[in-house]
Design a protein around this ligand. Sequence first.
Ligand code: SF4
Ligand code: SF4
Length: 165
Amino acid sequence: METEIASISKELLQRSINAEKLRYCYGCGTCTASCPVAKVVPENFNPRGLLQKIFFDLNKTLTEDELWLCAWCYTCYERCPQELKTTEIFLLTRNLAVEKGYFPKQPTALIKLILRSGRTLEVTPARDRKRAALGLREIGETVSEKALREIKIITEKSSTWRVRE
Ligand code: SF4
Ligand code: SF4
């Protein structure tokens, strides 16, 4: 019978991940106990649980926001006694989610802002006035045209996904 793990293997193994190893997770919980994100939002993120979801119900997991909470600190990767390459599994599963058209709204808005302004935080005229009141120079709504062009080139060269309108 075709299992979810078989489909992971087909789609992700080619990208150097040994998804078969997911079978060897023995649920020790070291990944969850070590995870800084799970410490802050335990109700929303549990690496051990996420691995199990990827293993048992990949298609459903691709649509879930939990997939996007890993901060790539690699602590679980370092500590997993079974050497499951957990962080890589999360990263590649995200890539698969994007390829299938699932992408959470929050990062999409952020990426659009970066492409439009070169910044991760919107700088409005009001914010610039506050800066001026504090004796800081005005910086305008966007970075320079040259920097924006460079951001666009970097994005085009490095992205495996496209921001959807
Ligand atoms: S640390 Fe490794 S073996 Fe332990 S629960 Fe996490 S993934 Fe499974
Ligand atoms: S790599 Fe991700 S899942 Fe693993 S410990 Fe860091 S934040 Fe948690």
